[in-house]
Design a protein around this ligand. Structure first.
Ligand SMILES: NC(=O)c1ccc[n+]([C@@H]2O[C@H](COP(=O)([O-])OP(=O)(O)OC[C@H]3O[C@@H](n4cnc5c(N)ncnc54)[C@H](O)[C@@H]3O)[C@@H](O)[C@H]2O)c1
Length: 448
């Protein structure tokens, strides 16, 4: 099948590469000419494990190509995936201007046969109808325009995006059109049947995904509600962590005991610095905004956001509690990306802490295995070090802000030998207290 993917960021590029890998002919379209020029020769602007290899491999077979202009790719495609960004507005509402521009740009080229336009971007509830209206406007009086809009939300996680795309838990397809459903079933058949004619780059052994057909509005709500639930689960355990700290319990033990109940499950029960990334805050805020527009109250969503914000402040308060005056102190952050195995720093808790410490007059040093260049663009005042030992040198305290395995597994005796102070704040509850104690360091965790 010929497929066009509009937007080649974290979601679009993974989608394009994976759809090419399962045998489709895919053109990725992006407005950023530099990105497209680099992608055309197999150079990526983002880090995602295995993605560069997958892109390069599929470029060589001609199943994958990149362009700046949508015209030819849209004309020849049976399905057009919208994967552009939907960042938050200050009001919390999603900014859909990228979606609007992308749809208007391609709307004029939909006149050759029936096409399915697939909303993969996370969009406000009701967007399937809105996109259909935009396309109809852009197509104007052109003859032969025949299309349906499908809501097909994306659930991939950065850091394991290829495995999540080729071995998803579920594929949700929201449409009322039998013709669109047929196209979507054919398009996803290799993933549903777990058939990989060109090999499986990350055999995950998760079995066949659930295939869920539903109406477009329910599909749109499924995406927002899923992210809101995951964010709430983390905020919940963080609130419990704070209770544990007050009463002298260990939240890691509490999580372990709670997670053994299959109704609760162990995932997303790690207390710490809280969530970040491009999606959770934006999607929880957008859902709350939409709910309010319809006269619904959002007490749980509001609390989820507030608890998460407070976790970041809590780490700074721990540093103040231990070191008193922070002005003039050197604080080292281990990790800057919002989570391990990605260079994505959007709404990174580590960067929020860095900014606050800089406001308080600290010298902030940092090391991250992948995200230093991206982080330096957002917070240029952080002093980056090529390795963790360089970053920890002369530090009054170290904060483990992102639990990269190479930072968790460091020799903390060596870290201790270069630090000025003794304090390590383990904002991810990932370090082994015995090892830190053996290194002569004082470990302060989150709820333990
Ligand atoms: N990143 C994730 O983990 C994730 C997971 C699930 C869903 N989502 C959703 O997927 C969508 C995309 O997220 P992302 O992280 O890939 O964003 P991103 O910012 O990394 O990528 C968006 C891309 O779209 C391009 N673009 C913008 N306007 C365009 C236009 N008019 N035509 C063509 N290209 C255009 C940009 O240049 C950029 O490359 C968002 O709605 C997001 O909420 C993201």
């Amino acid at each position: 099948m010929n497929i066009c993917v509009v937007g080649c960021g974290y979601v679009g590029l993974v989608t394009a590469a994976c759809l090419a890998h399962i045998g489709h002919r895919v053109t990725g379209v992006d407005v950023d000419e530099d990105k497209v020029a680099a992608l055309t020769v197999g150079q990526l602007h983002i880090y995602e494990p295995g993605l560069r290899e997958l892109v390069q491999q599929n470029l060589l077979t001609d199943r994958l190509a990149f362009h700046c202009r949508p015209a030819r790719a849209v004309e020849s495609a049976s399905a057009i995936f919208i994967c552009v960004g939907t960042p938050p507005k200050p009001s919390g509402d999603a900014d859909t201007s990228q979606v609007e521009a992308a749809v208007r740009a391609m709307g004029g080229y939909l006149n050759r046969g029936y096409k399915v336009v697939v909303n993969k971007s996370t969009v406000p509830i009701g967007s399937a109808n809105w996109v259909a209206t935009l396309i109809a406007e852009a197509a104007g009086a052109k003859q032969g325009v025949s299309f349906d809009v499908v809501s097909n939300p994306e659930f991939l996680r950065e850091g394991s995006a290829i495995a999540d795309t080729l071995h998803p838990d579920r594929i949700v397809v929201g449409t009322d059109s039998p013709a669109a459903l047929e196209v979507m079933r054919r398009l996803y058949a290799p993933i549903v049947e777990q058939r990989f004619p060109h090999g499986d780059p990350c055999p995950a052994g998760r079995g066949s995904p659930h295939w869920m057909e539903t109406d477009p509005t329910s599909a749109e709500v499924i995406k927002y509600a899923s992210n809101a639930f995951l964010a709430t689960k983390i905020s919940f355990i963080n609130e419990i962590a704070n209770v544990c700290e007050a009463v002298g319990a260990n939240v890691k033990e509490v999580s372990r005991g709670m997670g053994l109940d299959p109704r609760i499950g162990p995932q997303f029960l790690s207390a710490g610095l809280g969530w970040g990334g491009s999606c959770f805050r934006k999607d929880v805020s957008a859902l709350a905004y939409i709910a309010r527009e319809y006269g619904c109250t959002t007490r749980i969503l509001d609390a989820t956001l507030a608890v998460n914000e407070d976790q970041r402040a809590r780490v700074v308060r721990k540093l103040q509690g231990e070191l008193q005056i922070l002005k003039g102190k050197t604080i080292t952050l281990f990790g800057l990306s919002f989570k391990p195995n990605t260079d994505d720093c959007r709404d990174s808790p580590a960067l929020a802490i860095a900014k606050r410490l800089l406001e308080l007059g600290c010298k902030v040093k940092a090391h991250d295995p992948r995200a230093e260049a991206v982080a330096a663009q957002e917070v240029p005042a952080i002093l980056m070090a090529d390795d963790p030992i360089g970053a920890a040198t002369d530090a009054d305290a170290v904060v483990l802000a992102t639990e990269w395995p190479e930072l968790v597994g460091l020799d903390y005796r060596q870290v201790a030998s270069v630090m000025r102070g003794r304090l390590v704040v383990d904002a991810r509850n990932a370090l082994d207290p015995r090892k830190l104690a053996a290194a002569g360091l004082k470990l302060v965790g989150m709820g333990r």
